[in-house]
Design a protein around this ligand. Structure first.
Ligand code: KG4
Ligand code: ZN
Length: 344
């Protein structure tokens, strides 16, 4: 089992049905992501529709990944599937499908924690994205700053007190009539916005905080979101202000996230920061993080957009590690909560 070389990864935790075939931990032989556009009609992910779409897509997507890799199911040594966290019904589709494959073929099955997957994904694009590092997971559901001295060891340094960063982008996007998901649309408009027109609060940055203070590395998005809501209420011509509002909001998020990451690096003396999660697609955030880290002698390691948002390649990569770690097949449900996570 620890000698697993080829892994079939499956991810169905939210609204992307994805399958990947990974060889020897880093060589991606095939990778498909079938995104579900249906949720755009409703302004957010509708769990029941997500489960149904996964049910239709998971078999063909997994088959296609094997075909693209030029392999038969028998050539795979391990099946890895996202066990959680995510939408219960959506997860169940992937886990049931993966269990079916495992039972039918006698191949070992490993359940992967979705967030551990996001940490592992970046290495597929950037070989230097390996521990020790500070991990920043910023997605639609999670915002976490972690110290990662070694794979499998995760110390939680900070997390959001309320909304995840991606969730804040989605809520502000909805408020501004930009559809779902809000992140990419806000980034596009912000590029045309005037940075001096609206200045929004930077939550959890001020107040004489020191390392050890509970707020030092935690984040909060709800005050910023409320400030945008209140501003929008007072605006007559939203059309004329939309891009400027996007810029003001995005700049506030970038400022808070960047300063928290710099604090985490200074506190731990790590020299690398590994980014993961859908918000990692944001180029303005990446540029700001890279510049701030360069000033303190650290480097940013960010995944490509395909590996930033939910995908099976990262699940395959984390699955190989987990399988080798356990030395035996692990039950899909056994990997929750976040394996190896300690709170500081
Ligand atoms: O990791 P992900 O695909 O799904 C979760 O596990 O949540 O992340 C999706 C999130 C959404 O909130 C979306 O708005 C955000 O990532 N996102 C972005 C950008 N692209 C995606 N946020 C800001 N800027 C972007 N360019
Ligand atoms: Zn995710």
């Amino acid at each position: 089992m620890s000698a697993a070389r080829r892994v079939l990864g499956i991810e169905t935790s939210c609204d992307d049905t994805s399958a990947a075939v990974l060889e020897r931990g880093v060589r991606l032989r095939a990778h498909l992501i079938a995104a579900q556009d249906v949720h755009r009609l409703y302004g957010g992910v509708v769990p029941e529709l997500a489960s149904r779409a996964h049910l239709r897509a998971v078999g063909p997507v997994a088959d296609r990944a094997l075909t693209d890799a030029g392999l038969a199911l028998d050539d795979v040594d391990l099946i890895a599937v996202t066990a959680g966290p995510g939408l219960v019904g959506a997860l169940l589709v992937g886990v049931s499908y993966a269990k079916g494959l495992a039972v039918a073929t006698g191949k070992p099955l490993v359940g992967v924690h979705h967030l551990e997957g996001h940490l592992f994904g970046t290495e597929l694009d950037d070989p230097a994205a390996v521990p020790p590092f500070i991990g920043l997971i910023i997605s639609g559901g999670h915002t976490m700053l972690l110290d990662v001295p070694a794979w499998g060891r995760y110390r939680l340094l900070g997390e959001t007190r309320d909304d995840a960063v991606g969730e804040a982008f989605d809520k502000v996007g909805a408020l501004l009539g930009l559809g779902f998901p809000g992140g990419p649309a806000i980034e596009r408009l912000a590029a045309q916005g005037d940075p001096a027109r609206w200045r929004f609060p930077r939550p959890m940055l001020h107040g004489g905080q020191q390392p050890g203070d509970p707020d030092y590395l935690d984040l909060s998005m709800s005050g910023l979101k409320t400030a945008v809501v209140n501003t929008v209420r007072g605006i007559g011509d939203l059309e004329a202000e939309r891009a400027h509002l996007c810029r003001g909001f995005q700049d506030a998020v970038i400022d808070v996230v960047t300063r928290k990451v710099v604090r985490a690096v200074e506190l731990t003396d790590r020299s690398r920061v590994v980014l993961g999660g859908g918000v990692a697609c944001n180029k303005a955030l990446r540029a700001a993080l890279a510049a701030a880290l360069a000033e303190i002698g650290a480097t940013l390691h960010a995944p490509s957009p395909r590996i930033s948002t939910d995908n099976a390649a990262m699940i395959a990569r984390a699955g190989l590690f987990r399988a080798a770690e356990a030395g035996r097949a692990v039950d899909a449900e056994a990997r929750l909560p976040f394996p190896g996570l300690e709170r500081s």
